[in-house]
Design a protein around this ligand. Sequence first.
Ligand code: SAH
Ligand code: SF4
Length: 435
Amino acid sequence: MNFADTELVMGILSHQGYELAKNIADANVILLNTCSIRDNAEQKIYNRLDHLKAYKKNNRGTVVGILGCMAERLRKSLIEEEKIVDLVVGPDEYRRLPEFIDSAFGGEKGIGVKLSRTETYDDIIPYREEGLSAWISVMRGCDKFCTFCVVPFTRGRERSRSLESIVAEVKQLSERGFREITLLGQNVNSYIDQGKDFADLLAASAIVNESVRIRFTTSHPQDLSEKLLYVIAQHSNICNYIHLPIQSGSNRILDLMNRTYSIEHYIDLIKHARSIIPSVSFSTDIIAGFPTETNEDHLMTLQVMKEVRYDGAYMFKYSPREGTKAFSMNDDVPGDIKSKRLNDIIELQQKISFEINQQLIGNEEIILIEGSSKKSDDFLAGRTDSNKIVIIPRGNEIFTGDYVKVKINNATSATLFADFVEVINPSKVKVLKTA
Ligand code: SAH
Ligand code: SF4
């Protein structure tokens, strides 16, 4: 999401004549786009600021700005405590950035942290380098108020962009040669524009160009509709992949988190999705060590992971965030127990991912080639529609951006290895999914 916001900020600044500096020594302005979701995300920024302190000593004219959620959360105190910071601009005030930067060049520090109920930057064209994958923010903010989460405070109320402008952006990106577009929002299932819901938006985006893969994130389990499941099933280019954060396997903890669904509802949803979308895969988010979490609650989380068998998971230790409801609950799970529980969760997930991937050996999959593999130029890396990385030997007939049919021959918990079968002509593909 921050990646998409950074492109938005660059869109606003490039419109004013700014250009992206290739390295720090060429930059007159240094902007850090920040995340507040957990304490370690903020610590990274403090470390970066420490490095920049030395740099700024020798480059006094350089403007340093903090954007995003930390700006929104810490506001004035960032400027007071971090002397090198010249401007602090929250997620809804990016239109004013050029003005703030001008003032900062004149020696005036600036703070813009008003949240808006309407700002969606609908008319701003994000600055995107050429590439294969692009992100489009379809909505901003969140109204869910999960008790652990800072997002509703740092990004404000939920609001949706117009369907028309999103579809126009999908069209532009497809004409520029992008092959994969991810529609983004904190809770995309709450998307609404003049009576059109997220399923309508997804369908409208999918028909723009059937050779462009469409992904989306994130779905809240309370709001994922049957209509959406059918839309995914009906369109060959909407990936069979749903990120559906569960957070905990204990109904008592889910209630304390204000997640508004039960484990029973969640499991039913997974079953229902599997019955409508053949070979759909799921990933999730899990928090270990939420206040009052007992070993019994923790075992329930492991149990639900075994039941669902996620293809992947993002797993975190609970991190208290000031201002949230959970912050006033006692953070009573000791650090070493949080770490142990997180390790249990990670280990189990790796085991499940490994087993799922082993079962894919012998299967044919269609992958989108993203470029050379990280480890060697002799190999290419691509992704299945279920978002798994596949490594194949480089061949003269295969290029970045191609859809290629491959046969899986080996697998670890994180990577599949495959033999090349054939290149698929994207203008002829009707079936991008390997159902
Ligand atoms: N809107 C998305 C989540 C965005 S935040 C959703 O509701 O699914 C991404 C993930 O960060 C969350 O799903 C949660 O697992 C994790 N997270 C959020 N706040 C956290 C906190 N205070 N401590 C630890 N993990 C947290
Ligand atoms: Fe945070 Fe919950 Fe909103 Fe996700 S749905 S952004 S976890 S408040």
